[in-house]
Structure formats: structure tokens, C-alpha cells
Design a protein around this ligand. Structure first.
Ligand SMILES: [Zn+2]
Ligand SMILES: [Zn+2]
Length: 220
């Protein structure tokens, strides 16, 4: 079997990934590539997993003032190897790469047994450009299903407002009509940076009746 990232034929050494899921399947990464990714360590914000601190970070305190209780988990840091991965997966559109982190995702997502999964959608435009939703790809490759509750408006390219102004005033996501909102939801995205998108979608679903909404991303 060949490594999905670098193409080298893999020897039958156990990588960290394959150790994690002995029974599920074999790793898609060689040990060289595997070692370039960095897992989030013990020391992180308890709410959003920002690394390097062990108490609530400033962002989380600001969210709290807005009435949003951050409850996020993630697996990896956004290091150079991860940036390179997303550039190939998302921007070069290499759909095969959705499998690279399957074992890690499966191990993590199965902890949310009682939760229904919801994926952050792309706008129709973006979806047409890329040909796939990169988060749906990750979740499906890990063997999980998700509910189709959300949609995203097209982003207006020539808005006079700056990106941050727009994000602050209007949420481009909305709940589809005639869907039932489950009580427990895990919102899944690929990368958590400021948390603006995922936390606003969390609020949207809570306002629509969900009682327990947590968030998750592959990368933080
Ligand atoms: Zn490799
Ligand atoms: Zn935080």
C-alpha cells in the first residue's frame, strides 16, 4: 500500500495512526508523513483547545459575553504540514486525500455517540468550484453520516463592508425549511481559527431548539 501523501510504498511498521485503530483499517500515511503532523497536547484552553494556555482564553471570554458557551474539540495543530495538506486537498481539489485522517477522525467522532453530526456547508458557488465539500469528505471517509440542516448564501464579492464587518453583522448560514432540529448536535468543520463561523452556527442551532451543541474540527 502506498502513502496517500507522498506516494512511497509503506513498510508494515505500525504508525501512531494504525496503533490507534488496530481493528478498523490500516493507516493511509507512511510514518514519515505521519510524524509531520502535530497533535494538540495537554496544555490548551479548556473550551476551545487553543494551545499554550490552560485557562479560558480571551476569545472564549468574549464569546461568553455574547452568550455563546464555546465547547470545542480538535485533534491537530495548524502547522506547516497541515497547511500543505489543506492546500492540496481543498485548493488543488485532490479528493482522495479525504482519507488521510480517517483513522484519527473515526477514533474521535465515535466519542459522540448520542450526537447528530452537522457539517458546515459551502455556498453553491464554492461547491461548484471545488466539486466537493471538504468537510463532508472527511466525515464520510471516517465512516460517519451527517444531517443536512444548513445552507449557505452566496457571499457577495463586491460588498462595501470589510470581511470582518460582514461576519459581525450577518451570518451567511441558515437552517433549511422543514427540517427537524435534534436535541444533541456536533457541528463539524475542518479548521477552527477564530471560531466565528462555527460558534455562530452553534448559536443559530441553539436558538432553533437544539439543547446541547458541541463543535469539532480536525485542526485548531
Ligand atoms: Zn508519506
Ligand atoms: Zn478558548
Amino acid at each position: 500500500m502506498k502513502c496517500l501523501l507522498c506516494g512511497q510504498t509503506m513498510k508494515t511498521v505500525l504508525t501512531f495512526g494504525s496503533l490507534l485503530l488496530l481493528r478498523n483499517d490500516e493507516s493511509c500515511l507512511c510514518s514519515d508523513c505521519d510524524s509531520t503532523f502535530e497533535r494538540i497536547g495537554e496544555e490548551h484552553c479548556p473550551n476551545c483547545m487553543k494551545i499554550g494556555l490552560s485557562t479560558n482564553c480571551q476569545d472564549c471570554q468574549l464569546w461568553c459575553k455574547e452568550g455563546i458557551e464555546v465547547s470545542h474539540s480538535a485533534i491537530f495543530t495548524y502547522n506547516q504540514a497541515m497547511k500543505d495538506f489543506f492546500s492540496r486537498y481543498k485548493f488543488d481539489g485532490d479528493f482522495l486525500l479525504r482519507k488521510v485522517f480517517s483513522s484519527f477522525l473515526s477514533e474521535e467522532l465515535k466519542k459522540y455517540k448520542e450526537y447528530q453530526f452537522v457539517v458546515i456547508p459551502l455556498s453553491k458557488e464554492r461547491y461548484a468550484d471545488r466539486g466537493f465539500n471538504q468537510v463532508e469528505g472527511l466525515v464520510e471517509a471516517a465512516g460517519f453520516k451527517y444531517l443536512d440542516l444548513l445552507d449557505k448564501r452566496e457571499e457577495r464579492a463586491n460588498s462595501s463592508k470589510s470581511r470582518s464587518e460582514r461576519l459581525a453583522t450577518e451570518l451567511p448560514f441558515f437552517i433549511k425549511s422543514e427540517v427537524t432540529i435534534p436535541k444533541k448536535i456536533l457541528i463539524i468543520d475542518d479548521i477552527y481559527t477564530t471560531g466565528t463561523t462555527i460558534n455562530r452556527v452553534k448559536k443559530l442551532l441553539e436558538d432553533a431548539g437544539a439543547e446541547d451543541v458541541k463543535t469539532f474540527s480536525l485542526v485548531r
